[in-house]
Design a binder for this molecule. Structure first.
Ligand SMILES: [Zn+2]
Ligand SMILES: [Zn+2]
Length: 309
């Protein structure tokens, strides 16, 4: 099913697929396992925890507010320096250059949970074994198994015509280096030691990258499989609180599929959406404008009746 619809896709070379296998599929679980072993044995110092949290926050906001709500769905517009900064933060999450990420995600919305969706957990059917296989596929497997990836010319002509995004995409290898070296340098300088450098490189560089990846990919797998559905959509998107907490609001995925251009994903009472709060703050500062906030009439119109208990 994943490759059933070839429209808007281009073939991927075997070399590139093997690079994805290493960087996106194999390395993060190994890094997380190593982190668990080291933390269990020696613990983690407060400086490393602080740097990792700062980098995690920058990375997740970069993906949710920068790559996703701003570039993919155009939920708001903002002044040029902020737009560049948000797109740069998205790059620091190490999930690929903006144009590639956005192309895959726009295709996901077009075909969500149907043939053509690059990463539906329902790609192999509805049974328990099929769903287990589908969850692995949606989380990381598709990076390697997909023989075709979304065509940038087809899905993101707006970004290819954007000089700032083109420059950031071209500088992506530098952004990757900065994502590891900035926290490492901060750790080295603040502790004034090489040990601090290497330790921060491990926790705020490697472990943080693995955590950010799996938090984001949980939206593709968990928030299309388990959880609540308050709104009518053609796909199987759901709301999952713990995924929303880890991803600063992205786990409120059901309303997002109902109204993809809306700047707020957690539209129900009690659904904390830190990314929407950041966009609101940018709007109050005068740095963001034309924000697409939820329309109460549309929210009410799409609302499903509560499940019978
Ligand atoms: Zn989705
Ligand atoms: Zn989306």
């Amino acid at each position: 099913m994943p490759d059933a619809d070839g429209k808007g896709t281009v073939p991927v070379s075997a070399t590139r697929r093997h690079a994805y296998l290493l960087v996106l599929v194999v390395a993060p679980p190994i890094v997380l396992a190593a982190g668990a072993v080291v933390a269990w044995g020696r613990g983690v110092g407060p400086l490393d925890v602080t740097l990792a949290l700062v980098m995690y926050t920058i990375s997740i906001f970069g993906i949710s507010v920068g790559y996703h709500r701003m570039l993919t769905h155009r939920s708001f517009r903002c002044v040029r320096p902020v737009r560049i900064a948000l797109a740069l933060c998205g790059g620091l999450a190490l999930q690929g250059p903006a144009s590639l990420w956005v192309a895959e995600h726009r295709r996901h919305h077009k075909y969500a949970d149907r043939p053509g969706d690059p990463h539906s957990p329902w790609a192999f059917g509805d049974g328990r074994r099929a769903l287990l296989r589908g969850l692995l596929h949606a989380q990381i497997g598709w990076f390697y198994t997909a023989r075709r990836r979304s065509s940038r010319a087809h899905w993101v002509p707006d970004l290819l015509a954007d000089r700032d995004i083109r420059r950031l995409d071209a500088a992506y290898p530098l952004v990757v280096a900065a994502s590891f070296l900035l926290p490492a340098a901060a750790g080295g300088l603040l502790s004034w030691s090489w040990h601090g450098f290497w330790s921060a490189l491990f926790w705020a560089g490697l472990v943080r990258y693995a955590l950010v990846h799996h938090a984001t990919w949980s939206v593709n797998s968990i928030a299309h499989s388990f959880g609540d559905r308050a709104y009518a959509t053609r796909d199987r998107s759901t709301d999952v609180r713990w995924v929303a907490m880890l991803t600063f609001g992205e786990g409120w995925h059901n309303w997002h599929h109902a109204e993809p251009t809306c700047a707020r994903h957690g539209a129900l009472t009690g659904q904390i959406d830190a990314s929407a709060a950041l966009i609101r703050a940018l709007e109050r500062l005068g740095w963001a404008h034309d924000v697409r906030w939820p329309d109460p009439a549309r929210l009410a119109a799409r609302r499903l009746p509560p499940p019978a208990s």
